[in-house]
Design a binder for this molecule. Structure first.
Ligand SMILES: *Cc1c(COP(=O)(O)O)cnc(C)c1O
Length: 360
């Protein structure tokens, strides 16, 4: 696709992605099990997996069997762990694709073994109350685990980004649960990105970064910062002058108090530029900041360019860098008062992805 004909697109810097993975690997001091679920948080799981394979990662983490299917079809051969609770009806597909399931439920483990078995990892719930065997009930699995030992065991932190002691508590519970099973499980893993930011080196065998790889993290107090990976760009498709008293967009939430110049960008909430950014978001146009005027619509967003000389065809940056200015995912999410994870994952809707800095 010719960049000039695009209305809106994502620029994805695979070199920055690999740089961020190196940062995570250096901090953990252990092999990485990068999380590439949800199409690598919207960046494209196959391109991301190929780029990360250059770092000799241990394997990959996903959430749905379908995600594993496209990775295998693209020739990704490393271990792929499925981190959601599987239904028995999925076992055949999981085995056929050579994926590694994760279980914490005795009925599911027995079903897996009875249907043919194969490598699996034990999920231990140490406080998230989402999936896995609750650490208090680990004894109930002793016999089953002894008869059918898992290749690995893991837990997941609920608040690793906070300095509230919860991560330490969850790690103690995890350590105790693993010890109660005899302490012979070969692979142990626990940290997500904020966990890796917070403790170095990792006390476990593998580390599971997600969002940091994609350029989100490194908030105040963190030892490391990710390089930005994703930029959302949109073309200016109209420019108009409005007069005092005129309004902009649905519900007329923006009123001009004097003559203003308004540019229309070919990007809206159907492209993942969230409605919460109405009258708050900022675009970079010709290296200058232009504020969103009125509510974001499904396909178009208006920005105030009174102070910015711009014309139809110019490229506006809604997330990411332009010149010396940077609107990183964290900053835009803060403006929208939403989770940076949700903002990032929402960018997958209609925009094509353009990759640079890798061979994907
Ligand atoms: C998503 C996920 C991660 C990665 O979390 P980030 O905060 O994005 O680094 C790690 N482990 C599990 C089980 C996950 O579901």
């Amino acid at each position: 696709m010719d960049a000039d004909t695009r209305r809106a697109w994502l620029d994805i810097d695979l070199g920055a992605l690999v740089h961020n993975a190196r940062t995570m690997a250096a901090r953990a001091g252990k092999p990485l099990l990068p999380m590439i679920k949800a199409d690598a948080y919207g960046l494209g799981a196959v391109a991301v997996a190929r780029a990360l394979e250059s770092l000799d990662v241990w394997g990959f983490g996903i959430a749905a069997v379908r995600e594993g299917e496209s990775l295998r079809a693209a020739g990704i051969r490393r271990p792929i762990l499925v981190f959601t609770s599987l239904l028995p009806s999925e076992f055949g597909e999981v085995r056929r694709l050579g994926l590694t399931p994760t279980f914490g439920d005795p009925v599911a483990i027995q079903g897996w073994v009875a249907s043919g078995g194969g490598d699996w990892h034990l999920a231990i719930d140490t406080g998230m109350s989402r999936s896995g065997v609750p650490w208090r009930e680990i004894g109930s699995l002793s016999a089953l685990v002894a008869a059918h030992p898992p290749a690995g065991a893991f837990t997941h932190f609920h608040s690793a980004e906070r300095n509230d002691g919860s991560m330490q508590l969850q790690q103690e519970r995890f350590r105790d649960a693993v010890a109660a099973l005899g302490g012979t499980i070969p692979l142990l893993h626990a940290e997500n990105s904020p966990g890796i930011e917070r403790q170095s080196p990792s006390p476990w065998s593998l580390a599971r970064p997600g969002v940091f790889l994609y350029g989100v993290g490194g908030e105040e107090g963190s030892a490391v910062r990710p390089a930005p990976v994703v930029s959302l760009r949109a073309r200016v498709v109209e420019v108009r002058t409005i007069e005092a008293g005129d309004s902009v967009s649905y519900s007329a939430t923006y009123h001009a108090t004097e003559r203003r110049r308004i540019a229309t960008l070919a990007c809206g909430y159907a492209d993942g530029y969230r409605r919460a950014l109405g009258n708050r978001g900022v675009a970079l146009v010709r290296g200058r900041r232009a504020t969103v005027a009125g509510v974001v619509t499904m396909d178009m967003t208006m920005v105030d360019v009174t102070a910015v000389p711009c014309e139809v065809g110019d490229v506006a940056t809604l997330i990411g860098g332009d010149g010396d200015e940077l609107l990183d995912v964290n900053a835009v999410a803060r403006l929208a008062e939403m989770s940076p994870y949700e903002l990032l994952v929402g960018l997958r809707l209609r925009v094509p992805r353009r990759y640079a800095g890798g061979d994907a």
